[in-house]
Design a protein. Structure first.
Length: 226
């Protein structure tokens, strides 16, 4: 799981990154609102830890922009702030924040809140993450095995990685550029039609499960049950 930390206090951002990486998370970091918004828009992390008091663009405005943008609106956001007044919490929730943590906070509390946010979006920690079930499709990541209605489906390594990338971000739009970077390691200058051709082959191989992969015109793809 990848977490974006958008925090202008570099010592705190570094401490958060260190502690989160010890827990097995991959951490992406930005130190102002503008670069934080761009980071989340490009990398599409699984969760965002967002400070309210940021240079260039406030955390409130970043949250508002991310929740309006189709490709990022499903990403859970936990607001971090030194402010404890009720009005600040209300504003944070009004613009779409999923949770709110007031500084200073313990890492234990923050980790619990991250787990709760993951559970709300269907991505809880634990052994169950090894098996993803959506409709007739079952992905056993411990065995790199995909079955549809109990029948094994043979995918190439790239097709399997692409399917997992979509399934792990279920319900959230994955842009073609993001999928190229995540699955192929390419940059956005590469022809994105390679993503489309692989999606077509995966849909065909999944048969009735192919309908789980939705095309979002002008953006990319997402995987979800109808």
């Amino acid at each position: 799981m990848r977490i974006a930390v958008i925090e202008d206090e570099k010592d705190l951002a570094g401490l958060l990154a260190f502690q989160l990486e010890k827990e097995g998370y991959k951490v992406l970091t930005a130190y102002d609102g503008q670069s934080g918004f761009e980071l989340v828009s490009q990398e599409l992390p699984d969760l965002v830890l967002l400070d309210i008091m940021l240079p260039l663009i406030s955390g409130i405005e970043v949250c508002k922009l991310l929740k309006k943008q189709r490709s990022t609106q499903g990403i859970p956001i936990i607001m971090l702030t030194a402010k404890g007044e009720e009005i600040d919490r209300v504003i944070g929730f009004e613009v779409g924040a999923d949770d709110y943590v007031t500084k200073p906070f313990s890492m234990r509390e923050l980790l619990l809140r991250i787990k709760v946010a993951r559970r709300r979006t269907g991505r809880d920690d634990g052994e169950e993450d090894r098996v993803v079930v959506m409709g007739p499709v079952k992905i056993d990541t411990s065995r790199c095995q995909v079955t549809v209605s109990g029948e094994e489906v043979v995918l190439t390594t790239t097709e399997y990685k692409l399917l997992c990338a979509l399934a792990e971000s279920r319900g959230r739009i994955q842009t073609r550029d993001h999928l190229l970077r995540q699955v192929w390691g390419y940059n956005s200058a590469t022809d994105t039609r390679t993503v489309d051709s692989h999606i077509t082959r995966i849909r065909t191989k999944l048969g009735p499960g192919g309908d789980l992969i939705k095309t979002v015109r002008g953006f990319g793809y997402k995987m979800e049950e109808s």
